[in-house]
Design a binder for this molecule. Structure first.
Ligand code: T4K
Length: 374
Protein backbone atom coordinates (compact mmCIF):
# COMPACT_ATOMS: atom_id res chain seq x y z
CA UNK A 1 0.00 0.00 0.00
CA UNK A 2 2.57 2.50 -1.14
CA UNK A 3 4.03 3.72 -4.40
CA UNK A 4 6.17 0.56 -4.42
CA UNK A 5 3.13 -1.69 -4.68
CA UNK A 6 0.83 0.02 -7.17
CA UNK A 7 -2.77 -1.09 -7.32
CA UNK A 8 -4.19 -1.03 -10.85
CA UNK A 9 -7.80 -0.92 -11.96
CA UNK A 10 -7.60 -4.50 -13.25
CA UNK A 11 -5.44 -7.58 -12.77
CA UNK A 12 -5.91 -10.65 -14.95
CA UNK A 13 -6.81 -14.00 -13.49
CA UNK A 14 -4.18 -16.55 -14.47
CA UNK A 15 -4.27 -20.33 -14.21
CA UNK A 16 -1.69 -22.41 -12.41
CA UNK A 17 1.07 -23.53 -14.76
CA UNK A 18 0.02 -27.15 -14.22
CA UNK A 19 -3.58 -26.40 -15.21
CA UNK A 20 -2.48 -24.47 -18.28
CA UNK A 21 -0.13 -27.22 -19.44
CA UNK A 22 -2.80 -29.84 -18.86
CA UNK A 23 -5.14 -28.13 -21.32
CA UNK A 24 -2.38 -27.04 -23.72
CA UNK A 25 -0.60 -30.41 -24.02
CA UNK A 26 -2.98 -31.95 -26.59
CA UNK A 27 -2.48 -28.95 -28.88
CA UNK A 28 1.29 -29.29 -28.71
CA UNK A 29 1.19 -33.06 -29.20
CA UNK A 30 -1.16 -32.88 -32.17
CA UNK A 31 0.45 -29.67 -33.49
CA UNK A 32 -3.05 -28.30 -33.88
CA UNK A 33 -2.83 -24.61 -33.03
CA UNK A 34 -5.79 -22.89 -34.69
CA UNK A 35 -8.70 -23.01 -37.16
CA UNK A 36 -11.30 -24.40 -34.81
CA UNK A 37 -9.53 -27.26 -33.07
CA UNK A 38 -10.86 -29.47 -30.26
CA UNK A 39 -9.69 -27.18 -27.46
CA UNK A 40 -11.69 -24.17 -28.66
CA UNK A 41 -14.64 -26.49 -29.32
CA UNK A 42 -14.39 -27.69 -25.73
CA UNK A 43 -14.25 -24.13 -24.39
CA UNK A 44 -17.29 -23.18 -26.48
CA UNK A 45 -19.17 -26.10 -24.96
CA UNK A 46 -18.12 -25.26 -21.39
CA UNK A 47 -19.08 -21.62 -21.87
CA UNK A 48 -22.43 -22.39 -23.46
CA UNK A 49 -23.25 -24.55 -20.41
CA UNK A 50 -22.07 -21.90 -17.98
CA UNK A 51 -23.82 -19.04 -19.79
CA UNK A 52 -26.92 -21.14 -20.50
CA UNK A 53 -26.94 -20.08 -24.15
CA UNK A 54 -27.34 -22.10 -27.30
CA UNK A 55 -24.28 -20.92 -29.22
CA UNK A 56 -21.04 -19.41 -27.98
CA UNK A 57 -18.82 -18.72 -30.99
CA UNK A 58 -15.27 -17.89 -29.89
CA UNK A 59 -13.46 -14.92 -31.45
CA UNK A 60 -9.95 -13.50 -31.44
CA UNK A 61 -11.14 -10.48 -29.41
CA UNK A 62 -14.24 -8.51 -28.45
CA UNK A 63 -13.73 -5.84 -31.12
CA UNK A 64 -13.68 -8.21 -34.08
CA UNK A 65 -16.70 -9.86 -32.44
CA UNK A 66 -18.69 -6.60 -32.86
CA UNK A 67 -17.56 -6.24 -36.48
CA UNK A 68 -18.57 -9.79 -37.33
CA UNK A 69 -21.85 -9.66 -35.39
CA UNK A 70 -22.82 -6.40 -37.13
CA UNK A 71 -22.26 -8.10 -40.50
CA UNK A 72 -24.04 -11.29 -39.43
CA UNK A 73 -27.11 -9.29 -38.36
CA UNK A 74 -26.99 -7.46 -41.68
CA UNK A 75 -26.53 -3.99 -40.21
CA UNK A 76 -26.35 -1.39 -42.96
CA UNK A 77 -26.10 2.40 -42.97
CA UNK A 78 -27.21 3.72 -39.59
CA UNK A 79 -26.94 1.93 -36.25
CA UNK A 80 -28.31 3.57 -33.11
CA UNK A 81 -25.91 3.31 -30.21
CA UNK A 82 -24.43 4.96 -27.11
CA UNK A 83 -21.47 7.34 -26.87
CA UNK A 84 -20.82 6.22 -23.28
CA UNK A 85 -18.60 3.22 -23.95
CA UNK A 86 -15.05 2.14 -24.74
CA UNK A 87 -13.56 3.12 -28.11
CA UNK A 88 -14.03 -0.41 -29.44
CA UNK A 89 -17.85 -0.29 -29.63
CA UNK A 90 -18.05 2.67 -31.99
CA UNK A 91 -14.67 2.04 -33.64
CA UNK A 92 -15.85 -1.40 -34.73
CA UNK A 93 -19.03 -0.01 -36.34
CA UNK A 94 -17.07 2.65 -38.22
CA UNK A 95 -14.43 0.11 -39.25
CA UNK A 96 -17.05 -1.95 -41.08
CA UNK A 97 -18.45 1.15 -42.81
CA UNK A 98 -21.51 1.73 -40.62
CA UNK A 99 -22.86 5.09 -39.52
CA UNK A 100 -23.33 5.21 -35.73
CA UNK A 101 -26.16 7.43 -34.49
CA UNK A 102 -25.25 8.42 -30.94
CA UNK A 103 -28.15 8.87 -28.53
CA UNK A 104 -28.30 9.55 -24.82
CA UNK A 105 -28.09 7.10 -21.94
CA UNK A 106 -30.29 6.64 -18.89
CA UNK A 107 -29.38 9.00 -16.06
CA UNK A 108 -28.83 6.30 -13.41
CA UNK A 109 -27.67 3.17 -15.21
CA UNK A 110 -25.78 4.88 -18.06
CA UNK A 111 -27.07 2.40 -20.64
CA UNK A 112 -28.86 3.25 -23.89
CA UNK A 113 -32.07 5.24 -23.24
CA UNK A 114 -35.04 3.46 -24.91
CA UNK A 115 -36.82 6.82 -25.39
CA UNK A 116 -33.79 8.26 -27.13
CA UNK A 117 -33.54 5.17 -29.35
CA UNK A 118 -37.21 5.42 -30.31
CA UNK A 119 -36.74 9.09 -31.21
CA UNK A 120 -33.79 8.40 -33.51
CA UNK A 121 -35.38 5.74 -35.73
CA UNK A 122 -35.69 6.61 -39.40
CA UNK A 123 -35.72 4.69 -42.69
CA UNK A 124 -31.92 4.42 -42.80
CA UNK A 125 -31.62 2.81 -39.38
CA UNK A 126 -30.89 -0.91 -39.69
CA UNK A 127 -30.08 -1.95 -36.14
CA UNK A 128 -29.37 -1.09 -32.51
CA UNK A 129 -26.16 -1.63 -30.56
CA UNK A 130 -26.65 -1.48 -26.78
CA UNK A 131 -23.73 -1.71 -24.37
CA UNK A 132 -24.14 -3.34 -20.95
CA UNK A 133 -21.73 -0.80 -19.56
CA UNK A 134 -19.82 -1.86 -16.39
CA UNK A 135 -21.86 -5.07 -16.50
CA UNK A 136 -25.18 -3.28 -15.86
CA UNK A 137 -27.75 -4.66 -18.30
CA UNK A 138 -29.44 -2.28 -20.72
CA UNK A 139 -33.20 -1.94 -20.36
CA UNK A 140 -33.47 -5.13 -22.41
CA UNK A 141 -37.27 -5.33 -22.10
CA UNK A 142 -37.93 -1.85 -23.50
CA UNK A 143 -35.22 -2.16 -26.14
CA UNK A 144 -36.47 -5.63 -27.11
CA UNK A 145 -39.94 -4.19 -27.65
CA UNK A 146 -38.58 -1.38 -29.85
CA UNK A 147 -36.54 -3.91 -31.79
CA UNK A 148 -39.61 -6.08 -32.44
CA UNK A 149 -41.99 -3.18 -33.19
CA UNK A 150 -39.63 -1.64 -35.74
CA UNK A 151 -38.19 -4.92 -37.00
CA UNK A 152 -34.67 -3.80 -36.13
CA UNK A 153 -32.13 -6.41 -35.00
CA UNK A 154 -30.52 -5.64 -31.66
CA UNK A 155 -26.93 -6.45 -30.81
CA UNK A 156 -25.54 -6.08 -27.29
CA UNK A 157 -21.92 -5.36 -26.53
CA UNK A 158 -21.47 -7.54 -23.47
CA UNK A 159 -17.73 -6.99 -23.09
CA UNK A 160 -18.26 -6.15 -19.42
CA UNK A 161 -20.55 -9.06 -18.67
CA UNK A 162 -19.71 -12.65 -17.95
CA UNK A 163 -22.28 -14.94 -16.38
CA UNK A 164 -24.34 -12.46 -14.35
CA UNK A 165 -28.09 -12.59 -14.77
CA UNK A 166 -30.98 -10.16 -15.19
CA UNK A 167 -34.41 -11.32 -14.03
CA UNK A 168 -33.02 -14.84 -13.74
CA UNK A 169 -31.67 -15.00 -17.29
CA UNK A 170 -28.02 -14.66 -18.30
CA UNK A 171 -27.53 -11.08 -19.52
CA UNK A 172 -25.67 -12.34 -22.59
CA UNK A 173 -28.76 -14.26 -23.72
CA UNK A 174 -30.80 -11.13 -24.52
CA UNK A 175 -31.04 -9.63 -28.01
CA UNK A 176 -30.36 -11.15 -31.41
CA UNK A 177 -26.72 -11.58 -30.45
CA UNK A 178 -24.29 -10.44 -27.76
CA UNK A 179 -20.57 -9.92 -28.10
CA UNK A 180 -18.17 -10.70 -25.26
CA UNK A 181 -14.55 -9.83 -24.53
CA UNK A 182 -12.14 -12.23 -22.91
CA UNK A 183 -9.32 -9.70 -22.81
CA UNK A 184 -6.80 -9.89 -19.96
CA UNK A 185 -8.57 -7.12 -18.04
CA UNK A 186 -11.98 -8.83 -18.03
CA UNK A 187 -13.54 -11.03 -15.35
CA UNK A 188 -12.78 -14.13 -17.39
CA UNK A 189 -9.92 -14.03 -19.86
CA UNK A 190 -8.21 -16.06 -22.54
CA UNK A 191 -5.35 -13.53 -22.77
CA UNK A 192 -6.88 -12.02 -25.88
CA UNK A 193 -10.22 -13.37 -27.01
CA UNK A 194 -13.94 -12.90 -27.18
CA UNK A 195 -17.16 -14.50 -28.34
CA UNK A 196 -20.49 -13.93 -30.01
CA UNK A 197 -23.46 -15.47 -28.27
CA UNK A 198 -26.71 -16.12 -30.10
CA UNK A 199 -29.65 -18.48 -29.95
CA UNK A 200 -30.15 -18.42 -33.72
CA UNK A 201 -28.65 -21.33 -35.67
CA UNK A 202 -28.66 -19.29 -38.89
CA UNK A 203 -26.87 -16.35 -37.27
CA UNK A 204 -24.33 -18.67 -35.70
CA UNK A 205 -23.61 -20.35 -39.05
CA UNK A 206 -23.07 -16.94 -40.65
CA UNK A 207 -20.75 -15.90 -37.81
CA UNK A 208 -18.68 -19.07 -38.28
CA UNK A 209 -18.39 -18.33 -41.99
CA UNK A 210 -17.44 -14.67 -41.53
CA UNK A 211 -14.77 -15.36 -38.91
CA UNK A 212 -13.03 -17.79 -41.29
CA UNK A 213 -12.57 -15.46 -44.32
CA UNK A 214 -15.99 -16.41 -45.72
CA UNK A 215 -14.57 -19.79 -46.70
CA UNK A 216 -17.25 -22.45 -46.86
CA UNK A 217 -15.15 -25.28 -48.26
CA UNK A 218 -11.89 -25.77 -50.14
CA UNK A 219 -13.67 -24.93 -53.36
CA UNK A 220 -16.08 -22.26 -52.19
CA UNK A 221 -15.72 -18.76 -50.75
CA UNK A 222 -19.28 -17.60 -50.30
CA UNK A 223 -18.90 -14.27 -48.47
CA UNK A 224 -16.38 -11.54 -47.70
CA UNK A 225 -15.02 -12.55 -44.33
CA UNK A 226 -12.20 -11.73 -41.96
CA UNK A 227 -9.96 -13.66 -39.58
CA UNK A 228 -11.77 -13.67 -36.22
CA UNK A 229 -10.56 -17.04 -34.95
CA UNK A 230 -9.18 -17.73 -31.50
CA UNK A 231 -6.05 -19.86 -31.23
CA UNK A 232 -5.96 -23.20 -29.43
CA UNK A 233 -3.36 -21.71 -27.09
CA UNK A 234 -5.72 -18.95 -25.99
CA UNK A 235 -8.56 -21.46 -25.68
CA UNK A 236 -6.42 -23.73 -23.45
CA UNK A 237 -5.60 -20.72 -21.29
CA UNK A 238 -9.34 -20.03 -21.03
CA UNK A 239 -10.22 -23.59 -20.04
CA UNK A 240 -7.58 -23.50 -17.32
CA UNK A 241 -8.78 -20.07 -16.20
CA UNK A 242 -12.30 -21.34 -15.61
CA UNK A 243 -10.80 -23.11 -12.57
CA UNK A 244 -9.44 -19.79 -11.26
CA UNK A 245 -12.67 -17.89 -11.72
CA UNK A 246 -14.48 -18.82 -8.56
CA UNK A 247 -11.91 -17.52 -6.04
CA UNK A 248 -11.64 -14.35 -8.09
CA UNK A 249 -15.34 -13.71 -7.80
CA UNK A 250 -15.43 -14.20 -4.06
CA UNK A 251 -12.70 -11.57 -3.66
CA UNK A 252 -14.44 -9.15 -6.02
CA UNK A 253 -17.66 -9.28 -4.05
CA UNK A 254 -15.80 -8.76 -0.79
CA UNK A 255 -13.95 -5.73 -2.22
CA UNK A 256 -17.20 -4.33 -3.68
CA UNK A 257 -18.93 -4.70 -0.32
CA UNK A 258 -16.13 -2.88 1.51
CA UNK A 259 -16.18 -0.04 -1.04
CA UNK A 260 -19.96 0.19 -0.73
CA UNK A 261 -19.90 0.25 3.07
CA UNK A 262 -17.23 2.93 3.30
CA UNK A 263 -18.24 5.15 0.38
CA UNK A 264 -22.02 5.14 0.83
CA UNK A 265 -21.77 7.49 3.81
CA UNK A 266 -20.32 10.39 1.81
CA UNK A 267 -22.96 12.48 0.06
CA UNK A 268 -20.54 13.69 -2.62
CA UNK A 269 -20.01 10.12 -3.82
CA UNK A 270 -22.59 8.35 -5.95
CA UNK A 271 -22.01 4.65 -6.60
CA UNK A 272 -23.30 3.85 -10.11
CA UNK A 273 -26.20 1.47 -9.40
CA UNK A 274 -26.92 -1.92 -10.91
CA UNK A 275 -30.36 -2.28 -12.49
CA UNK A 276 -32.64 -4.05 -9.96
CA UNK A 277 -32.97 -7.72 -10.95
CA UNK A 278 -29.26 -8.06 -11.76
CA UNK A 279 -27.34 -10.78 -9.96
CA UNK A 280 -23.69 -11.69 -10.20
CA UNK A 281 -20.22 -10.29 -10.17
CA UNK A 282 -19.45 -6.91 -11.65
CA UNK A 283 -16.48 -6.23 -13.85
CA UNK A 284 -16.01 -2.64 -12.66
CA UNK A 285 -16.77 -0.57 -9.58
CA UNK A 286 -17.81 2.83 -10.98
CA UNK A 287 -18.56 5.86 -8.83
CA UNK A 288 -19.50 9.45 -9.72
CA UNK A 289 -17.99 12.58 -8.25
CA UNK A 290 -19.47 15.97 -9.14
CA UNK A 291 -17.91 19.07 -10.64
CA UNK A 292 -18.09 21.61 -7.79
CA UNK A 293 -17.62 25.34 -8.43
CA UNK A 294 -15.84 24.53 -11.67
CA UNK A 295 -13.49 21.99 -10.03
CA UNK A 296 -13.68 18.37 -11.10
CA UNK A 297 -13.69 16.33 -7.91
CA UNK A 298 -13.28 13.26 -10.11
CA UNK A 299 -9.98 14.57 -11.44
CA UNK A 300 -8.90 15.62 -7.96
CA UNK A 301 -9.48 12.11 -6.62
CA UNK A 302 -7.92 10.46 -9.69
CA UNK A 303 -4.71 12.46 -9.23
CA UNK A 304 -4.68 12.23 -5.42
CA UNK A 305 -5.01 8.45 -5.46
CA UNK A 306 -2.27 8.15 -8.09
CA UNK A 307 0.06 9.87 -5.63
CA UNK A 308 -0.70 7.00 -3.26
CA UNK A 309 -0.07 4.35 -5.92
CA UNK A 310 -3.77 3.63 -6.55
CA UNK A 311 -4.49 3.75 -10.28
CA UNK A 312 -8.18 4.38 -10.88
CA UNK A 313 -9.43 4.96 -14.45
CA UNK A 314 -11.79 7.48 -16.03
CA UNK A 315 -13.80 4.85 -17.89
CA UNK A 316 -15.48 6.25 -20.06
CA UNK A 317 -13.93 9.63 -20.72
CA UNK A 318 -13.60 11.24 -23.22
CA UNK A 319 -17.11 10.74 -24.51
CA UNK A 320 -17.05 9.22 -28.00
CA UNK A 321 -19.28 12.02 -29.37
CA UNK A 322 -16.33 14.35 -28.66
CA UNK A 323 -13.85 12.47 -30.85
CA UNK A 324 -13.48 14.26 -34.21
CA UNK A 325 -11.95 11.17 -35.81
CA UNK A 326 -15.28 9.44 -35.14
CA UNK A 327 -17.80 12.23 -35.57
CA UNK A 328 -16.21 13.22 -38.87
CA UNK A 329 -17.45 9.89 -40.20
CA UNK A 330 -21.01 10.17 -38.85
CA UNK A 331 -23.96 11.67 -40.73
CA UNK A 332 -25.74 12.90 -37.59
CA UNK A 333 -23.58 15.04 -35.34
CA UNK A 334 -26.09 17.33 -33.60
CA UNK A 335 -26.03 15.41 -30.39
CA UNK A 336 -28.31 15.97 -27.44
CA UNK A 337 -26.59 13.89 -24.79
CA UNK A 338 -26.97 15.60 -21.40
CA UNK A 339 -26.81 12.40 -19.32
CA UNK A 340 -23.83 10.95 -21.16
CA UNK A 341 -21.96 14.28 -21.13
CA UNK A 342 -22.43 14.68 -17.40
CA UNK A 343 -21.45 11.08 -16.70
CA UNK A 344 -18.22 11.36 -18.70
CA UNK A 345 -17.18 14.28 -16.47
CA UNK A 346 -18.04 12.48 -13.24
CA UNK A 347 -17.19 8.79 -13.51
CA UNK A 348 -14.24 7.05 -11.96
CA UNK A 349 -13.73 3.30 -11.84
CA UNK A 350 -11.97 1.93 -8.80
CA UNK A 351 -9.61 -1.04 -8.79
CA UNK A 352 -11.62 -4.25 -8.71
CA UNK A 353 -9.89 -7.60 -8.93
CA UNK A 354 -8.95 -10.66 -6.95
CA UNK A 355 -5.53 -9.29 -5.97
CA UNK A 356 -7.02 -6.70 -3.62
CA UNK A 357 -7.15 -7.71 0.04
CA UNK A 358 -9.85 -6.48 2.40
CA UNK A 359 -7.28 -4.21 4.07
CA UNK A 360 -6.33 -2.71 0.71
CA UNK A 361 -9.98 -2.17 -0.22
CA UNK A 362 -10.53 -0.27 3.05
CA UNK A 363 -7.36 1.72 2.44
CA UNK A 364 -8.45 2.68 -1.09
CA UNK A 365 -11.94 3.74 0.01
CA UNK A 366 -10.72 5.66 3.08
CA UNK A 367 -7.97 7.35 1.05
CA UNK A 368 -10.53 8.30 -1.60
CA UNK A 369 -12.69 10.02 1.01
CA UNK A 370 -9.67 11.75 2.52
CA UNK A 371 -8.49 13.08 -0.87
CA UNK A 372 -12.03 14.13 -1.80
CA UNK A 373 -12.62 16.09 1.35
CA UNK A 374 -9.13 17.56 1.74
N1 T4K B 1 -16.59 -3.17 -25.87
C1 T4K B 1 -16.37 -2.63 -24.66
C2 T4K B 1 -17.50 -1.97 -23.97
C3 T4K B 1 -15.09 -2.70 -24.07
O1 T4K B 1 -14.87 -2.13 -22.86
C4 T4K B 1 -14.06 -3.36 -24.76
C5 T4K B 1 -12.74 -3.45 -24.17
C6 T4K B 1 -14.35 -3.93 -26.02
C7 T4K B 1 -15.62 -3.81 -26.54
C8 T4K B 1 -13.31 -4.61 -26.85
O2 T4K B 1 -12.89 -5.85 -26.33
P1 T4K B 1 -11.39 -6.37 -26.72
O3 T4K B 1 -11.24 -6.18 -28.23
O4 T4K B 1 -10.38 -5.62 -25.92
O5 T4K B 1 -11.47 -7.84 -26.37
C9 T4K B 1 -8.70 -1.98 -21.45
C10 T4K B 1 -8.81 -3.25 -22.27
O6 T4K B 1 -7.70 -3.40 -23.15
C11 T4K B 1 -10.07 -3.36 -23.08
O7 T4K B 1 -10.22 -4.73 -23.40
C12 T4K B 1 -11.28 -2.91 -22.27
N2 T4K B 1 -12.49 -2.90 -23.05
C13 T4K B 1 -11.04 -1.52 -21.72
C14 T4K B 1 -12.21 -1.02 -20.88
O8 T4K B 1 -9.90 -1.56 -20.86
P2 T4K B 1 -7.05 0.03 -21.54
O9 T4K B 1 -6.41 0.73 -22.67
O10 T4K B 1 -7.67 0.83 -20.47
O11 T4K B 1 -6.06 -1.08 -20.89
P3 T4K B 1 -4.72 -0.93 -20.07
O12 T4K B 1 -3.64 -1.59 -20.82
O13 T4K B 1 -4.51 0.49 -19.65
O14 T4K B 1 -5.04 -1.85 -18.80
C15 T4K B 1 -5.73 -1.40 -17.65
C16 T4K B 1 -4.99 -1.90 -16.42
O15 T4K B 1 -5.07 -3.30 -16.35
C17 T4K B 1 -3.52 -1.55 -16.41
O16 T4K B 1 -3.34 -0.35 -15.72
C18 T4K B 1 -2.86 -2.70 -15.69
C19 T4K B 1 -3.85 -3.85 -15.83
N3 T4K B 1 -3.37 -4.90 -16.73
C20 T4K B 1 -3.59 -4.79 -18.08
C21 T4K B 1 -3.15 -5.78 -18.95
C22 T4K B 1 -3.37 -5.67 -20.43
C23 T4K B 1 -2.71 -6.00 -16.21
O17 T4K B 1 -2.51 -6.07 -14.98
N4 T4K B 1 -2.28 -6.98 -17.05
C24 T4K B 1 -2.48 -6.93 -18.40
O18 T4K B 1 -2.09 -7.86 -19.13
O19 T4K B 1 -8.14 -0.95 -22.21
Amino acid sequence: MSKNTPIYVARPIVPTLDDFLFYLKPALEARRLSNGGPISANLELRLSELLRTRYVNLMSNGTVAIEIAAKALNFQKKVITTPFTFAASIGALLWVGLDPVLVDVEEDYLTLSPDAVEGAIDDDVSGILGVHVYGCPCDVDALGLISRNHNLPILYDGAHVFDSTYNGRPIVSYGDATTMSFHATKQFNTGEGGAIVTSSAATNTKISLLKNFGIESEDLISDVGINGKISEINAAFGLANLNALFDERARRSSVSQIYTDILSGDNKIRIVPQRPGTLGSRSYFPIRLPVENGTSLRDKVYLGLRELGVYTRKYFYPLLSDIPAYTGKMSQTKFHLPNAERAAKEVLTLPLHGGITDAEASYIAESLKAVLNA
